[in-house]
Design a protein around this ligand. Structure first.
Ligand code: IPE
Ligand code: IPE
Ligand code: MG
Length: 254
């Protein structure tokens, strides 16, 4: 482990043992849930809840990078979230622009590589361009892999992979018998990245809501009850500590 990482870890609370340093997940996925309830609790408009949620987002990305975790996948907007009011969808779309406008320089400077998970073609043009620009600008970066799911659905992703693989078979590039689990992985948005080790969903809900269905096959789940805008680096550390104490067996008997 890099000295810088070890030092920054040593400064975090709760303190970790050196054994736990090695037990950090390689890939963390977060379902950032509870913005609406947070807004309601504070008698604010739902868009204020989402805006507050982006403050949490900044902190959590920074902390993930400080810890030296390799990949972070964040659920920002699902294929089902189009079902919300026009006003709320517009607020979320605006937040995407604001987030990248304020963060992209720092993320790029920190060598973060951004990847958008999801179908960008259905997004408004400005958002689509902003996301593509962020991907292109950071494409050669070699630090934290930051995956942001926008208009993402796990089932839609599997349909996309099936279509791509079917095309390869039709063109004679591979034979149907040669399709393996790796072939499927290689046609997901997250291709080349490790599967999710730790999935965190805030706000007490305990479901996947169509997030990274294939990649979460053997993930450990942690469900803090805190609402996303109230989720702190300390809560994140607690989830990481819980992960460090899990006994992952992958079907074996270890
Ligand atoms: C999660 O917060 C953010 C998005 C879905 C974009 P919610 O808006 O779902 O918050 P709750 O579940 O209504 O509290
Ligand atoms: C999942 O949260 C999507 C995101 C966090 C972006 P939702 O709040 O939309 O999920 P459900 O509707 O409670 O399952
Ligand atoms: Mg929700």
């Amino acid at each position: 482990m890099k000295l810088k990482t070890a030092l920054s870890l040593a400064l975090k609370k709760p303190p970790r043992t050196s054994d736990e340093f090695e037990k950090l997940p390689k890939h963390v996925a977060i379902i950032m849930d509870g913005n609406g309830r947070w807004a309601k609790k504070h008698k604010l408009n739902v868009s204020r809840g989402h805006r507050q949620g982006t403050e949490t987002l900044r902190e959590i990305i920074r902390h993930t990078d400080d810890l030296g975790i390799g990949a972070l996948s964040l659920y920002a907007f699902s294929t089902e979230n189009w079902n919300r009011s026009e006003e709320e969808v517009a607020a979320l779309m605006q937040l995407i622009l604001d987030f990248f406008a304020s963060e992209i320089d720092e993320l790029d400077a920190k060598n973060v590589r951004i990847l958008i998970l999801g179908d960008k073609s259905r997004l408004p043009e400005k958002q689509r361009e902003t996301l593509i620009e962020a991907e292109n600008r950071t494409r050669k970066n070699t630090g934290l892999r930051l995956n942001i799911a926008v208009n993402y659905g796990g089932r839609a992703e599997l349909v996309m992979a099936a279509k791509e693989i079917a095309t390869l078979v039709r063109n004679g590039d591979i034979r149907a018998e040669e399709i393996t689990e790796q072939t499927i992985s290689d046609h997901l948005y997250t291709r080349g990245q490790p599967d999710v080790d730790l999935l965190i969903r805030t706000s007490g809900e305990q479901r996947l809501s169509n997030f990274l269905l294939y990649q979460n096959a053997y993930a450990e789940f942690v469900f803090p009850t805190v609402l996303w805008p109230d989720f702190t680096v300390h809560d994140y550390d607690q989830a990481l500590d819980a992960f460090a104490h899990r006994n992952r067996r992958f079907g074996g008997r270890v």
